[in-house]
Design a protein. Sequence first.
Length: 174
Amino acid sequence: MVRALGLPFDPIERAGETWEQRFGPAAAMRAATSVFRVQQILLARFDEVLRPHGITFARYEVLVLLTFSRTGQLPLKVIGSRLMVHPTSVTNAIDRLVAAGFVDRRPNPADGRGVLAGITERGREVVEVATRELTALDFGLGDVPEDELDTLFEVLRRVRLGAGDVAPGTADRG
């Protein structure tokens, strides 16, 4: 868990001041460092909510993705591409979800070498409970006013699009 530091100063702001003295403009460094720190804080908050259910946020994402699928099952390679993670990470998550009884693994009849992961009834139940708890937590963003959440999403989305996260033209909202 990421502990609250409770420092009498903001270390990122302080680093920014020093950065400006040594290297020049610090706005991008402060913003990037803040994104990393916020990621640590959010994951710690998510893990605190999800730990009693025996899942991490990465495994929760897999379960949610499976609930979003039409049949409740997806090939592992599709899970990896949709969650933008390495195949090894998907295999690890699926192995742990199978061991917990939240997912079943079976051969993919459409691809002789492929594997399908399917959510179980127990997996659906844990998604429902965990989602209620994460939603009650405002996904850790309760300190951001509601009217600023879309702006935050759009700012971060520009970084993702610039990095090629999504093919050009497919990320436009209609």
